[in-house]
Design a binder for this molecule. Structure first.
Ligand code: GUN
Length: 285
């Protein structure tokens, strides 16, 4: 292996310790950073994810509440609940776990969350703030990727970053964050022609497609930084990313593993956003 590993578990641990310290300082002033998580329905993966989010929060000293509602909840009921949480001064962050049941309009639901409590960074106001470089919540996954690049001391200025994937949650905000650090950014997607010719030019590659082996060793310039956002299962049922890790690690300069790379960082950045939400509100008082 030539590539250096970017250890998401270790960095997330460091970030959680920082959040814990700042949370303690807020608590000393009588402010308890609080996250409300809403889960509608019985999606098994969502149940696991939300449980992790609650555990991460409480272990860090944040207060997290998981509200569970049945599939039969109406959209109007959910919007009313979000309105109540928006108005509650003791709640700093609101997260509605996705996917929502099919009878609900996820966009409408997200837009109902107050932008000042949008710790997922999914609201159009958060996306707009990122686009114009104004303060706002950044979506946790690309935010975590940026922290990893910062941690290895990588200067993005003038570098060519190729983002594979154009989702609103990862690909698009990732590209904007890289651009903000003065990288030259290319966004690739399912209609991109000759992906390999583009990735071979990249100093940084972020793979965020949700498909195994999207990035193979022949597509990577020697020494490039490779960040793998994918979460897939291989034929043996083992967790794997979008990158052919075993081969790409012999070409890349830096690489994130799956598991233990971007995943823990995504979880850590939710805590950071929630802390920021509480700190921002505490300043306003
Ligand atoms: N479902 C899968 N990932 C996420 C996430 O980061 N936030 C929310 N709200 N739902 C998700």
């Amino acid at each position: 292996m030539t590539a250096q590993l970017i250890d998401g578990n270790a960095l997330a641990k460091k970030i959680r310790a920082e959040v814990a310290g700042r949370t303690q300082a807020l608590r000393a002033r009588g402010i308890v950073p609080a996250l409300s998580i809403i889960l509608v329905g019985e999606d098994p993966a969502s149940q696991v994810y939300t449980r992790h989010k609650v555990n991460d929060s409480t272990e860090t000293g944040l207060q997290a509440t998981l509200e569970r509602y049945p599939d039969s909840m109406t959209e109007a009921e959910l919007l009313a609940r979000i309105d109540t949480l928006n108005e509650d001064p003791a709640v700093h962050g609101i997260l509605v776990q996705l996917p929502l049941p099919r009878h609900m309009n996820a966009h409408k639901v997200i837009e109902t969350i107050s932008p000042s409590k949008d710790v997922d960074g999914f609201h159009v106001a958060s996306a707009g703030a990122l686009m114009v470089g104004q303060p706002g919540f950044w979506p946790c996954t690309p935010y975590g990727c940026m922290k990893m690049l910062e941690d290895i001391g990588y200067d993005l200025k003038g570098r060519h970053a190729v983002v594979i994937g154009r989702s609103n949650i990862v690909g698009k905000p990732m590209a904007l964050m890289l651009l903000q650090k003065n990288a030259t950014v290319t966004i690739c997607h399912s209609a991109t022609q000759d992906l390999k010719s583009l990735t071979l030019q990249a100093d940084v590659i972020v793979a965020a497609v949700g498909k195994r082996n999207v990035l193979t060793a022949d597509m990577v310039k020697p020494g490039a930084v490779v960040i793998d956002v994918g979460m897939n299962r291989n034929d043996e049922g083992k967790l794997c990313g979008d990158v052919d890790f075993d081969a790409v690690k012999n070409v890349a300069g830096w690489i994130t593993p799956v598991p233990g790379g971007v995943g823990p960082m995504t979880r850590a950045m939710l805590l950071v956003n929630t802390l920021h939400a509480a700190e921002a509100l505490s300043v306003e008082r």
